[in-house]
Design a binder for this molecule. Structure first.
Ligand code: NAD
Ligand code: LMR
Length: 329
């Protein structure tokens, strides 16, 4: 049976994450090895030529699943008929820029993109925001798309989740695939909280296997939370291939489901679970099935975790208040 291609819109297509992402989407890693895709690349006018070069390279790969590539500098066209949208392009923080300036500059990108999604995307649109500040950019886009169910707007914390898996595996000598039920809570920022208290390593409680609260507090949490800055320091540019890999993981899991007995981390609009104010786009433990996700319920939150979740959620609330004051939501 011939399947209808899935339209995947990628913004910031000519950037470094875009370059690491597009070839994997086209080769079937985003949606599945039997799912044809059409790529819609959205750039600003200055990025269009480089996106055309990437499109030439995509052609040169002769990917059997890639059924078309179109390039746009108009969001209304870029999101036309989109089933999946990866919002990667964003305004980076530059020297001397205050947080308010950064939020305002990104509001100028994510508000019109949210409206274009509202007006032009397919009814089943799923949105992943990667561009930073990812959670609040997702909130801005979602607020501009009142006709799209709010839960279709998500923000990426899968890179943090993968970083935490890798650090925990290195500490305990386990394989990453033996680690289940790890959680990133809160914001994709230095306040995020990687939680191992519900995680299991080869069936045993991870916190008990580690048995070292000082390591958790002083090494594990800051290493994961500040990894983005450490990569920028080492590479001279922010993480690209690992960010693209996490974006692939996020959408693949959303569409294809979590494994029995496991969960993942996604930034999703809060329904009030775990005391996170409703509407904030915060990272939670989620299970996914049949293209839908659910926040894992009923976890006991100890005092160590509570204080850290609250601090990150407080930062999200402040970002929300700042964009509200700027009239962006
Ligand atoms: P980059 O500067 O290499 O590329 C960004 C691209 O976006 C550029 O080609 C630019 O022309 C384009 N762009 C800017 N405004 C646009 C708009 N309005 N519409 C369409 N395209 C637009 O940056 P990068 O390294 O690819 O990173 C992209 C974003 O992802 C950054 O905000 C970065 O901080 C963020 N990031 C997030 C995570 C995460 O875990 N959530 C991880 C790594 C990076
Ligand atoms: C990352 O986590 O690697 C990025 O979000 C860092 C950044 O500021 O771009």
């Amino acid at each position: 049976m011939t399947r209808t291609p899935v339209n995947v819109t990628v913004t910031g297509a000519a950037g470094q994450i875009g370059y690491a992402l597009l070839f994997r989407i086209a080769s079937g890693h985003l949606l599945g090895a039997d799912v044809p895709v059409k790529l819609r690349l959205l750039e600003i006018p200055q990025g269009v030529k480089a996106a055309e070069g990437t499109a030439m390279e995509l052609d040169d790969c002769a990917f059997p699943l890639l059924k078309g590539i179109d390039i746009f500098d108009d969001p209304n066209q870029g999101f036309e008929g989109a089933n999946v949208a990866l919002l990667v392009g964003a305004r980076p923080r530059t020297k001397g820029m205050e947080r308010g300036d950064l939020l305002a500059a990104n509001g100028g990108i994510f508000k019109p993109q949210g409206k274009a999604i509202n007006d032009h995307a397919a009814d089943d649109i799923k949105v992943l925001v990667v561009g930073n500040p990812a959670n609040t950019n997702a909130l801005i886009a979602q607020a501009a798309a009142p006709d799209v169910p709010a839960e279709r707007f998500t923000a990426m914390t899968r890179l943090d989740h993968n970083r935490a898996l890798s650090q925990l595996a290195a500490k305990t000598g386990a394989s990453v695939e033996d680690i289940k039920r790890l959680t990133i809570w809160g914001n994709h920022s230095a306040t995020q909280y990687p939680d191992v208290f519900h995680a299991e390593i080869a069936g045993k409680n991870a916190a008990e296997v580690v048995d070292d609260q000082a390591w958790l507090a002083d090494t594990f949490i800051p290493t994961v939370a500040k990894r983005g800055a450490a990569i920028i320091e080492a590479r001279g540019a922010s993480s690209a291939a690992s960010a693209a890999n996490a974006a692939i993981d996020h959408v693949h899991t959303w569409v294809n489901g979590t494994a029995e007995g496991d969960w993942t981390s996604m930034g999703v609009p809060s329904d009030g679970s775990y005391g996170v104010p409703e509407g904030l786009i915060s990272s939670f433990p989620v299970t996914t099935k049949d293209g839908k996700y659910e926040i894992v319920q009923g976890l006991e939150i100890n005092d160590f975790s509570r204080a850290r979740i609250d601090a990150s959620v407080q930062e999200l609330a402040e970002e929300r208040d700042a964009v509200r004051e700027l009239g962006l939501i």
